[in-house]
Design a protein around this ligand. Structure first.
Ligand code: ZN
Ligand code: ZN
Length: 373
């Protein structure tokens, strides 16, 4: 029969703290990754079993009264190794710098954790995206609670050791399965693994240690942003916990579509309409650009769909504001649908010049009818 006190090298009335210290001391020497002696692994397992038993009040009481045999009969598990290493892993990671072995690593709820990143979607106009703007935004994020200094406990009180797990953050749980009862080490349901509970919560943060704060920020949206562009504001996300850093705030920009302007990267595209006469003769017309009205030349003989470029009137580069894209004007030659009397006379003359025949306002049907008269 193994004597757990002897294995750990502690007195029968040793406190948990003494057991923990003794275990760590011995585990350092016996850990199979360190100790290559053939019996090291067995001895290490024995040590783990002794430690686990004596750290658990129920198990220790059973062991003290009935010995190892009593533990087996009471249905207690055979040490942490049957449970995928449980908290042995955590202890090792804490003093060996984490050469994890066995099952998955448990996230320590007391370790510093970075706050959540947040996202804010904002809509801006087409021209605002081109030239950038300063905008006041309102955000809501979690900030460190200054009333309790993040502890979550009411002023003058402190979190206390969790009565359910005795501060270990984990409890032994029996689960009935068709194969019999299985013992598992699970995160303490009362303290969620923290080992501490707040009996008198801070009234401001309700025990969370963080409070929701509405904040106004003035942000500078740079020139040249596009639909879907993201900006990151460092540390404007939620505050971290256990002293961890705050998360970031991501601003996602939505550029409202314009009826007039279209955009492809740094190029602005618009359309203009010209008459057949303007197209045939060429013209100078005024185009609205993001810089204001600009005169452009429509070349003589322009075809429907031809493009006229206004150099440098496009979108500035985000990285280099002095670099700008172009503004492309797509020319639509529009056939007039209504003609004045004078226009009609001129078009008929033009028709005769172009086709070499006299204009007759007759449909095919009318022509056939006339031929059979
Ligand atoms: Zn608080
Ligand atoms: Zn607990």
């Amino acid at each position: 029969m193994a004597d757990y006190y002897e294995i750990l090298g502690v007195e029968k009335d040793a406190t948990k703290e003494e057991i923990k210290v003794a275990f760590r001391k011995k585990a350092r020497v016996l850990h199979p990754d360190v100790n290559k002696a053939p019996d090291a692994e067995d001895r290490f397992k024995e040590l783990g079993k002794a430690y686990e038993t004596l750290m658990d009040d129920n198990k220790r009481a059973t062991y003290d009264r009935y010995g190892e045999e009593g533990l087996n009969q009471a249905g207690f598990s055979q040490g942490p190794f049957e449970n995928g290493f449980g908290d042995l892993n955590d202890i090792f990671e804490s003093f060996f710098g984490g050469f994890g072995f066995g099952g998955g690593r448990r996230v320590d709820p007391n370790a510093p954790q970075r706050g959540e990143n947040l996202r804010l979607d904002i809509g801006i106009e087409f021209e605002e995206a081109v030239f950038g703007l300063e905008k006041e935004i309102k955000i809501e994020h979690l900030e460190h609670c200054h009333t309790c200094n993040g502890t979550g406990a009411k002023a003058g009180t402190e979190p206390t050791v969790c009565p359910t797990c005795g501060g270990r953050g984990q409890v032994q749980q029996m689960q009935r399965t068709i194969l019999g009862s299985i013992s598992q080490i699970v995160t303490c349901p009362k303290c969620h693994g923290k080992g501490k509970v707040i009996s008198d919560p801070c009234p401001d943060c309700k025990g969370d240690g963080r409070v929701s704060v509405e904040k106004k920020l003035t942000i500078k949206i740079p020139q040249g942003v596009d639909n879907g562009s993201k900006m990151r504001l460092s540390n404007e996300g939620d505050a971290g916990v256990n002293g961890g850093p705050a998360g970031d705030l991501y601003i996602v920009i939505h550029v409202k579509p314009s009826d007039y302007y279209h955009r492809e990267d740094m190029t602005i595209i618009t359309e203009c309409a010209v008459t057949p006469a303007q197209a045939a003769l060429g013209d100078t017309i005024v185009i609205k650009t993001v810089d204001g009205d600009r005169e452009i030349s429509i070349p003589q003989g322009v075809q429907n769909g031809d493009k006229v470029k206004i150099k440098g009137a496009g979108v500035p580069s985000i990285a280099n504001p002095s670099m700008r894209g172009d503004h492309i004007v797509i020319v639509n030659v529009k056939t007039p649908t209504k003609l004045s009397k004078d226009e009609k006379a001129l078009y008929e003359k033009l028709y005769q010049l172009e086709t070499g025949k006299k204009y007759e306002k007759k449909t095919v049907k009318e022509k056939i009818k006339a031929a059979f008269k």
